[in-house]
Ligand binder design. Structure first.
Ligand code: ATP
Ligand code: MG
Length: 226
């Protein structure tokens, strides 16, 4: 087995192991008959959150396996990229409204030929990150422009930003820039690896521009036809 595979397996084991340990601990604690109703609900909430984390991990692993396989049916169609972005921003509205985030969208009308389902995963992963890392009351800006034969999408936020040494690695599978912070905000470090993979299938490029404390800006460049 190659070192890369070995690393992959130990990362998966770790990502499965920690929520399981927590579920097991709180399930055991729930057997205590003297717990108050409030404590019981608190423990059940933790168990539920850890289950959601495990099921997201399983979805993302399946997605990666599918993208890695040569048999993936790549199905490009022509559609309005601006409409896709607009509808995904609306789909995430409950999450950004809850944090009172100001969402700005500046979307040019752009028609692209691409796999719509795959690209929607890219936009969702970038949007979810922006929402997750932006503090209460922050601002997220989504822009779409066309330059010659290329669509350019930028997602920027005014969250904590990403240190230069981490920027080189955040597109790797399981890489999280700040492990302690990530335990609190959740996620297993697969979203950007999946986005990178999908953008490459479309012969595009994804990059990040950021400074610690100054927010982050992700840019995706895609050829209009594939
Ligand atoms: N908008 C952002 N602001 C600050 N840091 C970010 C941002 N987007 C990504 N990162 C950093 O890059 C890391 C990798 O992001 P990625 O989306 O791959 O994983 P994740 O969000 O931690 O987990 P998952 O996407 O699997 O739920 C994050 O853990 C975080 O450290
Ligand atoms: Mg993510």
């Amino acid at each position: 087995m190659s070192i890369r595979n070995n690393n992959f397996i130990s990362n998966v084991s770790h990502e499965i192991g920690s929520p399981l340990t927590s579920i097991r601990g709180f399930a055991r604690a729930l057997k205590n008959e003297h717990l108050s109703h409030k404590q019981r609900i608190h423990y059940l909430d933790i168990i539920e959150t850890e289950c959601v984390r495990l099921s997201k991990l399983s979805d993302n692993l399946l997605r990666l396996a599918m993208l890695d396989s040569d048999r993936y049916p790549f199905q490009p169609t022509s559609y309005r990229l601006d409409k896709q972005l607009q509808s995904l921003i609306l789909k995430c509205e409950p999450q950004w409204m809850e944090k009172e985030i100001e969402m700005c969208a500046m979307l040019e009308k752009v028609v692209i030929t691409a796999d719509e389902d795959l690209l929607s995963q890219v936009w969702l992963n970038l949007l979810h990150n922006a929402i997750k890392f932006t503090p209460q009351g922050g601002t997220i800006t989504i822009q779409l422009q066309q330059q010659d034969n290329t669509a350019i999408v930028t997602v920027s936020d005014n969250g904590p930003g990403i240190a230069e040494e981490d920027q080189l690695r955040i597109f790797e599978r399981f890489y999280k820039a700040d492990k302690s912070r990530n335990r609190a905000v959740g996620g297993s470090g697969l979203g950007l690896a999946i986005a990178d993979n999908i953008v490459k299938i479309h012969q595009g490029k994804i990059s990040v521009h950021s400074q610690l404390g100054e927010g982050a800006e992700f840019t995706v460049q895609l050829p209009l036809s594939n």
